[in-house]
Write a protein that binds this ligand. Structure first.
Ligand SMILES: Cc1cc2nc3c(=O)[nH]c(=O)nc-3n(C[C@H](O)[C@H](O)[C@H](O)COP(=O)(O)O)c2cc1C
Length: 221
């Protein structure tokens, strides 16, 4: 697969088979991701890899929180407040496409809730990751970690794996810290559910849309 094909093939995988990737493959994926560029080559990313047991322990506690309405003090807003209408529209279209793929109706709040809950089970992936960054970095540093994450994704595809990034883990920073024991100077950005794609699961069948070039590029003469 060439680079263009990898980029175009990439999508968020939210259902996995039971096959557990060998830790050597996970390490290889991380080594490749680590080739990502960063300003001044500062490499500000930190990755915590949770094997099946560690992942299950974190999932169990977090699902308990979720089911019991436990709220933790969040450390960043996932979306700006307020979110402009143009972005709201894209977000709701993306959600609608996912629920359509699962044949979950607009008013079926129970099923929608169950699907959101799956975030905290790493969507059933055999391996989980938590991505943190040193708190001292502002927006610019977070962007550099983004370079790493796209590399991680493409490298996973190269090795026949799929993944979903999960900012949903930022809702439970205290619980995450209890399980990965990251230093106080790090902030949890997101999680990663990674494993072999369940190619037959309906949630993996739809693809999100993109805006056309004119909507985000201005060619200046
Ligand atoms: C930083 C980041 C965090 C994300 N967090 C979540 C998440 O918590 N839960 C989820 O289901 N998808 C999450 N996603 C996946 C996006 O919803 C997805 O990338 C977007 O809808 C485009 O779809 P695609 O990845 O299939 O192309 C996240 C994506 C990114 C880049």
């Amino acid at each position: 697969m060439n680079i263009k094909e990898g980029i175009e093939k990439r999508f968020s995988v939210r259902a996995f088979t039971n096959k557990v990737p060998k830790m050597e493959i996970i390490k290889e994926i991380l080594r490749t991701a680590n080739a990502a560029p960063s300003g001044g080559n500062i490499q500000p990313w930190k990755v915590y890899v949770l094997n099946e047991d560690a992942k299950n322990n974190l999932a169990k506690k977090t699902l308990h929180n979720f089911d019991n309405g436990v709220q933790e003090e969040i450390e960043y807003d996932i979306y700006p407040k307020p979110l402009d209408d143009i972005y709201k529209k894209r977000r709701s279209e993306c959600g609608a496409d996912m629920y359509n793929a699962l044949s979950i109706g607009k008013d079926d709040l129970d099923s929608r809730f169950k699907q959101i809950r799956e975030n905290y089970n790493f969507f059933g992936a055999p391996i989980g990751m938590i991505i943190t960054i040193d708190r001292s970095f502002g927006n610019n540093g977070w962007g550099h970690v983004g370079m790493f994450l796209e590399n991680l994704w493409l490298s996973a595809i190269h090795h026949g794996l799929g993944l979903c990034l999960q900012e949903s883990w930022s809702i439970y920073p205290k619980t995450v810290k209890e399980h990965i024991n990251h230093p106080d100077n790090e902030i949890v950005w997101c999680g990663v559910a990674i494993g072999y794609e369940d190619v037959n699961h309906p949630i993996n069948q739809y693809r999100t849309k993109r805006e056309n070039l004119e909507s985000f590029v201005k060619f200046i003469d």
